[in-house]
Write a protein that binds this ligand. Sequence first.
Ligand SMILES: O=C(Oc1cc(O)cc(O)c1C(=O)O)c1ccc(O)c(O)c1
Length: 338
Amino acid sequence: MSEPTLEPQTGPKPATAFVVKSGDARKLLVAGQALHMLAGTAQTNGAYGAVICESVHDKRPIPLHYHDREHDTWLCLRGRLQVWANDSARVLTEGDFAYVQPGDVHSYQCVAPLTRFFGIVAPGGWEGFFDMAGEPWEGNGLPELDHPYDFSKMGPAMGKFDVHPVQQDFAPVANGDATDRVLPEGPASYVLQAGQGARYRFDGHLATVMLNGAISAGALDMVTLEAGRGAAMPALRHATTHVCAYLMDGALELVLDGETHLLHAGDFANIPAGTAYATRVVSGSARWVLTGGNGNGVSLWSRIGTATDVTSYQARSGLLASEAVSVAALEGVDAALV
Ligand SMILES: O=C(Oc1cc(O)cc(O)c1C(=O)O)c1ccc(O)c(O)c1
């Protein structure tokens, strides 16, 4: 398995399986925010770009804008992240998620000290915006609030990367309501509060669907998984779906293409289509997010699991991991037991 090459992406390169340990990704400074470039279009076969974004505290929101084709997501990991979408605004805290569909006007601002989010933008390629608008950031920690930033790069980058600024007022922020606790049934921009969404239990795991293909027109599936020590998934492989995993809490053993990795909070794994991968929780509990693009492979969780109202994972079945997955349940899903 090769090491990640997260240099600016200039052309297609084959996607490889790799792990990026917390803090080891290439970093860019864009308008006071530090972007950790986890995977780009070359590593994901065009499916999406994956970043961690952190800020000491943004002075102002990103200008209101829309994209013709990009799907934007924010999963708040720490602090307070204000997100505007069309005529509404919410403050996200840890575990809250927001999705904005192409064409919808949006913005965001990190509004508490040291706010951090995991972001996926689909399809891949848009993350080149950060290379064009930003500068390399080698520092540990974050830039000071008054760190200089050359704003002259922002306009050309917006012009090149499908960012259409919109002159309108920022909506006032409102508290979340019941609509923030359910997934929309079709294409729509929305906020989903932590732990809400469609939940499924599967052999000691609790899977919470944050985004699915019905909402994102097939572009993305995102699922948060939580499980206790010993919970295991058998080796699976997707024919077309590109998957990545980002660990939020605990420790997870990941067997990736036959190589065993121990992931801790903040670690990221890139899992291209065709790569066999299996997971086992090796701490008291663990929580991670799986993102799938270029296919519906990550939707397997809503197919093999049992829909539930409970909000925590349950005991394991005691079956071998490979016996717990019903092959029939995978029909129509881009996932196969290895
Ligand atoms: O960083 C994201 O977006 C932007 C940041 C800027 O400094 C200027 C911009 O115009 C944008 C933009 O969205 O166009 C970003 C990062 C991560 C993520 O998941 C996103 O959805 C957006």
